[in-house]
Structure formats: structure tokens, C-alpha cells
Design a protein around this ligand. Structure first.
Ligand code: MG
Ligand code: MG
Length: 257
């Protein structure tokens, strides 16, 4: 069952989503060679709690941290640890919060210092994939229109689209119906209706699309060991536009300082 949100509920999801965006900006300020990913997790948890919310991932199916931090060939669900960031790494940080009974969810892949051109291109194209998916998140389109826009752009650029993990509806639950795959056919799947709120989150691999789960039971890694990128926005479907509830503006302000 897909639950369409009232305007009041969309505003509550926006509040949670903006807190996620600001938390990711705090992360952006902290990222530098030498910092341990567990320290990034700690500052995010403090920031969320200081703003009257709870980290959505901590305790979710037993996940022990506030952030999923996935380095280089890790796709998603990476665990914060004492590993130190190095110049040239790319770091995907996924964050969710729960506030006023509603969730917000967003992810961003950060460069650590200077990264090589092939990684920079992967980040750029993955971000374009997200924006192309969002452009179809309007009443009257179908889920498959979002999916195919993402897949076509990624594959045109020679990249692999992860299939095992997908975007999702979001609201009073972190993961709701419908599923929002990053691959699929135009004109297929559920019709989008005003008030639906979904998280669109392309996970794009520099090489092949296949992934595997690490022994920790969480971390998803590319099988070929090549890097992967992940960007995510929480969006509300409207009649003639997409209402993007999360934002990368705070992150970019922090990165451009
Ligand atoms: Mg997420
Ligand atoms: Mg999500």
C-alpha cells in the first residue's frame, strides 16, 4: 500500500529532510585526510540529537551507527570504523533522521582532497543520474520512468547500475512502498500521484554492476573492486513539479569554503 501524505505531513518530512541536509554539511566540514570514519559518525549523531531528532539508522535492523559510510569500492551500508581517510578517496555518506514521527533520508559522495579524473567523472555522472530521475518524479509519470532515466544515463557513460538495492517510499517509516529501482523500463510500474514521498538514490559503479556483501553482514562492495558512488534525495510528488525535500546546498556551501 502506498500512502499519500497530506501537505502538513510533507512539511514534517521536509523538516526532517533539512536536518539530514544540515547534518551532511557538518560531515562535509569534517572530511579530510587522517580523520577516522567513526569520528565523523560521532559528530553526526551529536548534531542530530542536539536538534531534537534521532538518528534513523542507529538500531535499524541492528545497525550500530548513525551513518552508513562507504569508502571507494564500498557501495552502501559501510560501517564507521577506525579507518582513516586518505587523499584521493571517495566517501559515500548516507544519513537518515526521525523527527516528529517522520523520516528524512539523503546521501552524498564526497571527494577526500584531490581525486583523480575518473572518480570525479563518476561522482558527476551519478549526480546527473539522480537529477534525471528527479525530473520524472511528477504526477502522471510512472516509477519506471524514473528508473529508466537513471539507468540510461549511467549505462550511456559506461557505468554499472546496482540492482540489488533500490530507492523507496518514506514517511512514518524509513522504508515504505513503492520500491524505486535504478533500472527499468519507461512507462511501466506504479503511476505517481500527488502526495507520494519517495527517496531516489542511484548507486552507480565505475565498472560492472555486480556487488557482494562483506562478512560484517552490512557492507555492500563492488565485485570488481572498482569505486562506486551514491547520491540520494527525499522528494514529494506534485502535479506539475517535483518538490525536493532534502538539499545539497548546505553541503556545497561547506565544501566551497
Ligand atoms: Mg539513505
Ligand atoms: Mg534511502
Amino acid at each position: 500500500m502506498v500512502y499519500c501524505k497530506t501537505d502538513e505531513e510533507v512539511e514534517l518530512i521536509r523538516e526532517s529532510s533539512l536536518l539530514v541536509a544540515k547534518t551532511l554539511a557538518e560531515v562535509a566540514k569534517a572530511i579530510r585526510p587522517g580523520i577516522q570514519t567513526v569520528d565523523i559518525d560521532r559528530l553526526a549523531e551529536e548534531y542530530i540529537k542536539d536538534h531534537g531528532a534521532l538518528p534513523a539508522f542507529k538500531g535499524y535492523r541492528g545497525f550500530p551507527y548513525t551513518l552508513c559510510i562507504s569508502l571507494n569500492a564500498e557501495v552502501v551500508h559501510g560501517m564507521p570504523s577506525d579507518r582513516e581517510l586518505k587523499e584521493g578517496d571517495i566517501l559515500s555518506v548516507d544519513c537518515g533522521v526521525l523527527k516528529n514521527h517522520f523520516y528524512g533520508d539523503s546521501a552524498y559522495t564526497f571527494p577526500v582532497g584531490l581525486i583523480d579524473e575518473s572518480k570525479a567523472r563518476l561522482l558527476h555522472v551519478t549526480r546527473e543520474c539522480l537529477m534525471m530521475g528527479i525530473a520524472k518524479a511528477i504526477e502522471g509519470y510512472r516509477i519506471g520512468d524514473i528508473s529508466s532515466a537513471i539507468q540510461e544515463h549511467a549505462e550511456k557513460n559506461g557505468y554499472g547500475v546496482v540492482r540489488e538495492l533500490v530507492g523507496h517510499g518514506i514517511g512514518k517509516n524509513l522504508h515504505e512502498s513503492p520500491e524505486v529501482p535504478n533500472y527499468g523500463k519507461k512507462g511501466t510500474g506504479m503511476k505517481l500521484k500527488e502526495g507520494m514521498v519517495i527517496a531516489i538514490e542511484p548507486m552507480i559503479n565505475m565498472g560492472r554492476r555486480e556487488v557482494r556483501e562483506e562478512k560484517d553482514g552490512w557492507t555492500i562492495t563492488t565485485k570488481d573492486g572498482l569505486p562506486s558512488a551514491h547520491y540520494e534525495h527525499t522528494v514529494a510528488i506534485r502535479k506539475d513539479k517535483t518538490d525536493v525535500l532534502t538539499t545539497f546546498n548546505y553541503i556545497e556551501e561547506a565544501l566551497n569554503k
